[in-house]
Ligand binder design. Sequence first.
Ligand code: ZN
Ligand code: ZN
Length: 97
Amino acid sequence: MVDPLSLAVGAGLVGIGWVCGRFGHRRKTRSEAKPLARCGCGHDLALHDRATGTCHAETSRKGTHGLREWVRCNCRRYTGPTPLEEVFSSPILPPES
Ligand SMILES: [Zn+2]
Ligand SMILES: [Zn+2]
């Protein structure tokens, strides 16, 4: 007789391992293919203001009269990953004399 509890635990462990391996692998291949610095709003890091963090990108949508209208992205802060070169190349400006 197989204990139904241990059977369930075993199945659960297999499931967890499968999920971890799947997502870990996917994330790895994605970053290797193209290191994108993309925000949660879907726009590039370059489109975000460095000082305020707001997104400068514009998205088109259908207006009330069927006309295309452009609206500023309502993103207020960049939430995506920061590229390494971005961190190391951040300029440390000397105080102005
Ligand atoms: Zn945006
Ligand atoms: Zn954004």
